[in-house]
Ligand binder design. Structure first.
Ligand code: HEC
Ligand code: HEC
Length: 378
């Protein structure tokens, strides 16, 4: 009995010695600046914070026909995917629903957050399980005017683009079939897919819940997310008082020696083309941009010129989210982008703008915020 007791004491004390040693080692590790092991993904990348799940607080009714001020018209939807109110409403529900992710935690709106100009506040997008992707999530506003989609232009239509995030392990989880199965278990969705795609609403069958139909509905919703009639549009339509004096100066610089117009052209402030402005130059393992989509060496490091509409809401900027504010963006262009980059676009050059002129350009960019589902016209 006595022997047993002392054995127990000895065991306990060796256990606490062991714990003590463990604590000492751990605190030594943290004092020495070694990071304690955190959760890692399969390929050993650190994890980020799973983005929030925004609720749908957009206006109840979204127009499917309104031409935003400053545009001449809206490009027609593809022949096999006419925009209808029911389809838009289904796409809208899907856009906000985490049912689209394999673990039910992330929706399209998690990365394209309405209160962030339909973009993401994370420099690099974070998806299911905190997995970190490769690029910044751009806005989905005014995509109806787009010709190619994603920073590298790999997608030719919104329908094609919409399945990308479902197939991606770092976005919605990479298991489209599982997601479709989950949707088929939801009678409300089965009914809605039937009404939109199957015609006969009386006998709904889960067969209407296909990847193709899902993509069509989401694309139709995205086509309604437009922004126009900004202060700049109103100024151009002869409402001169709409623009502040500073923003007017900025508009002048944008269209003349700022050279911005060379790429950010037309009503949507994009030439829909691809350029290397020098973003990411010197980074190890630099993202190769359009080259990744085309494998054409001439396309290396080129990215799609983004729209500048509603740009004041969508920080951080650029394909890698490396630029925090609009002022820093303009300062970047003032330096000529990254002039050390040997494949820099020929349209890029140092601008020699004064501090004041940089401020004017920033005021102009802010005046591009328009009327949209986020800021409906009164
Ligand atoms: C984990 C974050 C994340 C989720 C979730 C996500 N996206 Fe994106 N989205 C991105 C990123 C990052 C890009 C840019 C991809 C690239 O260029 O490689 C992008 C690009 C896009 C584009 C192209 C925009 C343009 O200017 O070309 C559209 C449209 C889009 N997403 C719609 C959606 C839809 C619809 C969903 C839901 C089905 C969705 N996204 C889910 C991060 C996300
Ligand atoms: C050579 C073509 C070109 C010129 C000239 C140009 N841009 Fe850009 N702009 C781009 C491209 C391409 C990107 C995306 C670059 C990237 O992410 O790597 C971009 C990105 C931006 C962004 C960030 C948008 C976002 O959503 O992340 C802003 C703001 C911007 N440009 C404003 C300007 C202004 C202001 C000027 C003039 C001083 C200008 N640009 C001149 C092509 C150009």
């Amino acid at each position: 009995m006595k022997l047993y007791f002392s054995n127990r004491v000895r065991q306990q004390s060796s256990l606490s010695r062991c714990l003590l040693l463990f604590t000492v080692v751990l605190s030594a590790a943290s004092v020495c600046g070694w990071a304690l092991p955190t959760a890692k993904t399969d390929d050993d990348k650190p994890l980020g914070k799973v983005p929030k799940l925004p609720v749908d607080s957009l206006p109840a009714k979204i127009s499917t026909t309104k031409i935003p001020g400053g545009f001449n018209g809206i490009p027609a939807a593809p022949a096999d995917n006419a925009t209808t109110a029911e389809k838009v409403s289904l796409g809208r529900k899907l856009f906000f629903d985490p049912i689209l992710s394999t673990d039910g935690t992330v929706s399209c709106a998690s990365c394209h957050q309405p209160d962030h100009g339909f973009a993401s506040p994370d420099p690099i997008a974070v998806g299911v399980g905190g997995k970190i992707g490769k690029r910044n999530a751009p806005t989905v506003i005014n995509r109806v005017f787009g010709k190619k989609f994603s920073w590298d232009g790999r997608d030719d239509s919104l329908e094609q683009q919409a399945l990308g995030p479902l197939k991606s392990e770092t976005e919605l989880g990479g298991n489209v079939e599982l997601v479709l199965e989950n949707i088929r278990k939801n009678p409300e969705y089965v009914q809605q897919f039937q009404v939109v795609f199957g015609g006969d609403a009386k006998s709904p069958t889960p067969e209407m819940v296909t990847a193709e139909n899902l993509a069509k509905a989401i694309a139709s919703f995205e086509r309604t997310l437009t922004s126009g009639n900004s202060k700049v549009d109103r100024f151009r339509a002869a409402e001169y008082e709409a623009l502040s004096k500073e923003a007017r100066q900025g508009l002048w610089i944008f269209e003349s020696r700022g050279g911005c117009w060379k790429c950010h052209s037309g009503s949507n402030l994009t030439d829909e083309a691809f350029h290397n402005t020098g973003v990411g130059f010197g980074k190890s393992g630099r993202d190769q941009g359009r080259f990744e989509a085309t494998k054409n060496p001439g396309h290396e490091f080129q990215y799609k010129t983004p729209t500048l509409r509603d740009v004041e809401f969508t920080a951080p900027y650029m394909h890698d989210g490396s630029v925090k504010t609009l002022r820093e963006v303009v300062e970047f262009y003032n330096r000529g982008g990254d002039p050390n980059d040997p494949s820099l676009d020929k349209k890029m050059a140092p601008l020699n703008l004064s501090e004041k002129e940089i401020g004017f350009l920033v005021e102009f960019l802010k005046a591009l915020s328009g009327e949209s589902v986020l800021n409906p016209a009164n």
